[in-house]
Write a protein that binds this ligand. Structure first.
Ligand code: FAD
Ligand code: SF4
Length: 470
């Protein structure tokens, strides 16, 4: 198909259709349908093939976006999937969960006036279709070096590191304490954003490529780092950030108050029929009034999980206004469509409890945005006398995460910064203060995004290859 230079005017941006609200409110299934071949071709044809593509520049892995859009416009799925995998180890995941409105699509030349090209949906389409056609990465020309690297954590950082290593003849052996690969892709991000089969399929693909997985294996408990250092040529740590942040509210440990991540992990394990663990017991919000505190992607995931579990009322309470919410605008819109209520410009003061110590509500106070600080950011200021109680049978705290302690790393000479993050500078190929240990993803940069974890895992693999002279 030849490109129509006026396609961006002739054809509006169209997103893939969503499932009906009746389904979305009760089922843990992806809400977006995939694009058809004709929709992908037509939407890809809207791209202007900019000489200096901002979309590509803004993408943390610098995907060759206009090039694969052109290939899709020409119907060349197999060429597009090869190109897409040159920069990204999990493009079908990024196509589903990246906040494109803040990254590639937000920077698309067409965004302001005509509507950005639907980059994310086409990215997903490419790999989904290629897999359906039986495509697999071709490693037949790769010469094996005989070297083996241990990877701690099967999240996007660890998987991306494994992908680059195996393509360069080094055998990665990936250790994870969970029963399935993916890290937060499987056990954090709910199935209505990312179907759990996507990672199961990726595990098969990676295994066929030569990546070995040792699941249900926790480093520091089931196996020791000293043994990995003795057995492997190098070690990569992509262990994420798992300490939930709290607000220090009165009664925040009361019965009926939950941390976001254990709530989401347990729900996913429940759906996938994996065994529950003591640190993440299953919580059912059926027939409860739920208040979620926080305004990021995790908060939105908790809101939408509670709705699907059958909560009678779900309210998200956030301290700034809607325009200043940190998460993806797309997910806020989806939560509203599914029936979530929002309280903006409010700050929690304490958890209200009854005489048996169970939560009955959250005492809140209204805020307004103060004068801009030196960076132009306006902080919320309390409005005196505006206190009120938001009734609740369950409260979910979604204030974000900070790095958890990893004494098993510190014991081997790995340094951490004052915020608990592993020090592994990009300029040193993500090598830590122990020359044999590399690190990347949330454990190094603090909790962030799937695509930044992938970017760091890939770059760390390059650092490891340099170190091994492989
Ligand atoms: P993780 O994904 O956390 O993976 C770390 C892995 O290491 C885990 O599997 C863990 O089990 C394993 N591990 C840790 N310690 C050990 C040990 N000692 N032994 C063995 N295994 C170990 N980002 C987006 O871009 N889009 C989104 O929509 C989005 N939604 C999110 C929703 C939620 C609820 C959360 C919590 C995060 C979300 N994020 C999102 C952020 C994104 O998921 C993370 O930034 C990303 O997964 C970080 O990747 P990682 O590989 O560094 O760590
Ligand atoms: Fe195409 Fe938009 Fe990227 Fe330009 S910025 S190359 S129009 S996707």
């Amino acid at each position: 198909m030849s490109q129509n230079v006026y396609q961006f005017i002739d054809l509006q941006r169209v997103d893939p259709p969503k499932k009906s609200l009746n389904v979305r409110k009760i089922e843990f299934v992806e809400i977006y349908e995939g694009f058809s071949a004709s929709q992908s071709q037509a939407q890809a044809d809207r791209c202007l093939a900019c000489g200096n593509p901002y979309c590509e520049w803004r993408c943390p892995v610098h995907n060759y976006i206009p090039n694969w859009l052109k290939l899709i416009n020409e119907g060349k799925i197999l060429e597009a999937v090869e190109l897409s995998h040159q920069t990204n180890s999990l493009p079908e995941v990024c196509g589903r969960v990246c906040p494109q409105d803040r990254l590639c699509e937000g920077s698309c030349t067409l965004n302001a006036e005509f509507g950005a090209v639907t980059i994310g949906s086409i990215e997903r389409y490419i790999t989904d279709e290629a897999f359906k056609m039986g495509w697999r990465p071709n490693l037949s020309n790769v010469e094996k070096t005989g070297l083996r690297v241990a990877i701690i954590g099967a999240g996007p950082a660890g998987l991306a590191c494994a992908d680059v290593l195996v393509r360069n003849g080094v055998t990665p052996v990936v250790f994870d304490r969970h029963p399935e690969i993916g890290g937060l892709l499987t056990f954090g991000i709910p199935a209505f954003k990312l179907d759990k089969e996507v990672l199961v399929h990726r595990r098969h693909v990676f295994s066929e490529m030569g990546v070995e997985f040792r699941l249900n294996t926790e480093v520091g408990k089931t196996v020791q780092l000293a043994d990995l250092l003795a057995e492997f040529a190098a070690v990569f740590v992509g262990a994420g950030t798992y300490q939930s942040m709290r607000a220090g509210l009165e009664n925040e440990d009361a019965d009926g108050v939950y941390d976001a991540l254990p709530f989401l992990i347990a729900n996913t394990k429940h759906i996938m029929q994996h065994q529950q663990t003591d640190d993440a017991p299953y919580v059912d919000m059926k027939n409860k009034r739920v208040v979620v505190l926080g305004g990021g992607d995790t908060a939105m995931d908790c809101v939408r999980t509670s709705i699907r579990q059958g909560a009678t009322e779900v309210t998200c309470a956030y301290r700034r206004d809607e325009a200043n919410m940190p998460g993806s605008k797309r997910e806020v819109k989806n939560a509203k469509e599914e029936g979530a209520q929002f309280q903006f410009n409010v700050q929690p003061l304490s958890i209200e409890i009854n005489n048996v110590g169970h939560v009955t509500g959250v005492k809140m106070v209204r805020t307004e945005l103060g004068e801009p600080d030196a960076k132009g950011r306006r902080s919320p200021v309390i409005i005196e006398g505006s206190e009120f109680v938001l009734p609740a049978d369950a409260v979910v705290m979604a204030f974000g995460f900070k790095p958890h302690a990893m004494p098993w790393l510190a014991e081997h000479g790995v340094d951490f910064d004052d915020r608990g993050r592993i020090i592994a500078p990009e300029s040193k190929g993500y090598q830590t203060s122990n020359a044999k240990i590399f690190a990347g993803g949330d454990a190094v940069r603090g909790s962030d995004l799937v695509v930044t974890a992938i970017s760091e895992g890939r770059k760390a693999a390059e650092g490891i290859l340099d170190y091994l002279e492989a």
